[in-house]
Design a protein around this ligand. Sequence first.
Ligand SMILES: [Zn+2]
Length: 243
Amino acid sequence: MSQIKSVLLWENQRRYIREAIDAGTLKGAIIPTGSTEQHNEHLAMNHDTASAVHVSKLAAQKLFPQVIVTTPLAIGVSEHWMDHKGTLTLRPEVFGEVLYDVADSLRRHGIENVLIVNGHAGNAGPVRERLDGFRERLGININFHSYWEAYTSELIKEQMESGVCPGHAAEFETAFGLAAFPQNVDWEGVDYDNAKLTISDPRQAESDRAYHHQAKLATAEKGEVMINVAVDWVAEKMREMIG
Ligand SMILES: [Zn+2]
């Protein structure tokens, strides 16, 4: 049977993709979108990209071999975090055009169901503004969701002691990191009160401090629960699209 070898596009040789498309076994694609940006003092800069890929991969595995996950957009729209050294940002129009070209590449290969799975809040506005235009220009079935849209307020209340989700590098994202890639969570030598922070917006400085303290409430167990809910939800969205 002609099918993909791995749900991650970049792990396949061309023959697997070609044969899966030709045989009609490959029915849809997920484009994960993330960021490379500050995640407070303890969480690695790739969190949004890594979490979007993680959810996308597990969701695609539930639908194997019908769905492929493309190379993620690992730099997002992060102008609001440029106070923090290391953050990389794209202008919204550049981000939008790169995303468009990835979706158009899929269309040109005959993949007409494309779900964008987002892991960085700053990307949501720029994509939502452009999505209807994408649909019109591409003529394919294309949708966009941040994976935390999966969470009901009841679930958040039940799982997050801080009551905050997604927040930023707070309890939720830290719990996700502890469950999925614990090496990304590094509290070693963190001394928030003496750190030389350069946050120009006082409201951001306040929320940064609050998120820092909320992050300490995170556990891998909470992360596991939240990841499973997001994976099932994304798989269902994709199943509807290819059904
Ligand atoms: Zn994040």
